[in-house]
Design a protein around this ligand. Structure first.
Ligand SMILES: NC(=O)c1ccc[n+]([C@@H]2O[C@H](COP(=O)([O-])OP(=O)(O)OC[C@H]3O[C@@H](n4cnc5c(N)ncnc54)[C@H](O)[C@@H]3O)[C@@H](O)[C@H]2O)c1
Length: 351
């Protein structure tokens, strides 16, 4: 059974303007803080945090290798061992500072250690700011199976500060942007069109768009925290996206999550058209906008069977069926859609 916890308070904007330090002191008097981060984020931001905010002057810092390959059980064991060595108790707080890999694995580590430590998310990638850091899903991968082991568990607080994005590479920005486009496609046509008009990379103007995306995600999650119904809408693009991401996980250059989701959205929009839910015109618009930003993967036909096998093992399936979320027009999604295998295979040709 999912472990529900209260939804987090989400702060948008510069950390200092939210009296980040004051909040930590007030909410967690006498607690020790552990900053869990990865090597890239550490290089840019740890010094700033541990010198700027008094509560973090003595924080323990745990730095993991960057990338999806870190999101596994061996990493968890090494962090749990470190927490034990530091004498961390249930009174202490883990701060996840990083992208979705860190917020996913950090939330999982915190939720399992000593039956649950409180944790805070400070997402530093666009993808983590608009998606991974909110919604309460934490977890790790098991071989090629993405997020196979995990908890529903909420952070106490989330701080979304777009200044962190200044050091993020462009392809990582694009990756996060794919989840924002998804939010528009599944729930808000206006958001979709605003995103299409957004000059990519103009970070000075991104905060209102981030806020809208987070509001959409939060609204969906608040209706259905443990994903028995409407939360499945957020899975649009992910049934096929996760399968190709899992397939590429152990390639020399793994596919970025948002890119995998973008290709998944092209294929699943095509399925939406072929099953009569989307018009051809809507499908063509989605395909051209996504292809413009994410190019094509040119998935090898010989990979289709392996991708199908991964899809069949997706944890979102039920009664032996692959569950799709499809678009019923732009800005509206329907879930628990059953699609013939032949059609799914054909959709992979578009990727
Ligand atoms: N829990 C959820 O609801 C949810 C939702 C979507 C995705 N996810 C998960 O999130 C992960 C993908 O997240 P991601 O794309 O953020 O990956 P990530 O954590 O690997 O971060 C991407 C890269 O950007 C670097 N980085 C992050 N912030 C940076 C910054 N400010 N400056 C410079 N470099 C920075 C990281 O070191 C990494 O190399 C996947 O594991 C996915 O399954 C979870």
């Amino acid at each position: 059974m999912p472990t529900a916890s209260a939804p987090p308070v989400i702060h948008f904007g510069h950390l200092a303007e939210h009296d980040f330090d004051g909040l930590l002191k007030k909410k967690y008097p006498g607690s020790k803080f552990i900053l869990l981060t990865d090597e890239n984020v550490a290089g840019f931001w740890v010094e700033y945090l541990v010198t700027e905010f008094e509560s973090l002057f003595d924080a323990e810092i745990i730095q993991l290798p960057a990338g999806e390959a870190t999101k596994n059980f061996e990493t968890c064991v090494s962090v749990w061992e470190a927490l034990s060595e530091y004498g961390i108790t249930r009174h202490d707080i883990i701060i996840n500072l990083g992208g979705g890999v860190i917020t996913d694995i950090g939330g999982f580590i915190a939720s399992a250690f000593k039956r649950g430590l409180h944790f805070i998310n400070i997402p530093t990638s666009l993808l983590a700011q608009v998606d991974a850091s909110v919604g309460g899903k934490t977890g790790i991968d098991l071989g090629p199976y993405k997020n196979q082991v995990g908890f529903f568990s909420n952070p106490d607080l989330v701080f979304i500060d777009p200044r962190f994005l200044a050091t993020l590479e462009n392809d990582q920005l694009n990756s996060g942007f794919a989840e924002m486009l998804k939010h528009g496609l599944i729930a808000d046509k206006n958001h979709w069109h605003q995103l299409l008009a957004y000059p990519m990379g103009n970070l000075g103007e991104i905060l209102p768009l981030i806020k809208t995306s987070v509001a959409i995600k939060k609204q969906v999650v608040d209706q259905d925290f443990d994903e028995t119904g409407p939360r499945k809408k957020l899975n649009f693009g992910h049934t096929i996206g996760h399968a190709i991401e899992g397939f590429y996980l152990h390639h020399q250059k793994p596919l970025l999550h948002g890119y995998a989701v973008a290709y998944g959205m092209i294929a699943e929009s095509w399925l939406s058209w072929k099953t009569g839910l989307l018009t051809e015109e809507e499908f063509t618009l989605i395909q051209s906008e996504l292809s413009k930003r994410y190019g094509a993967l040119n998935l090898d036909k010989f990979s289709f069977d392996a991708v199908m096998t991964l899809m069949k093992n997706d944890k979102k399936n039920s009664a032996g069926k692959i569950n799709f979320t499809l678009l019923k027009g732009i800005g509206n999604a329907v879930y628990d859609q059953d699609v013939e295998e032949e059609l799914i295979l054909q959709s992979l040709e578009l990727i």
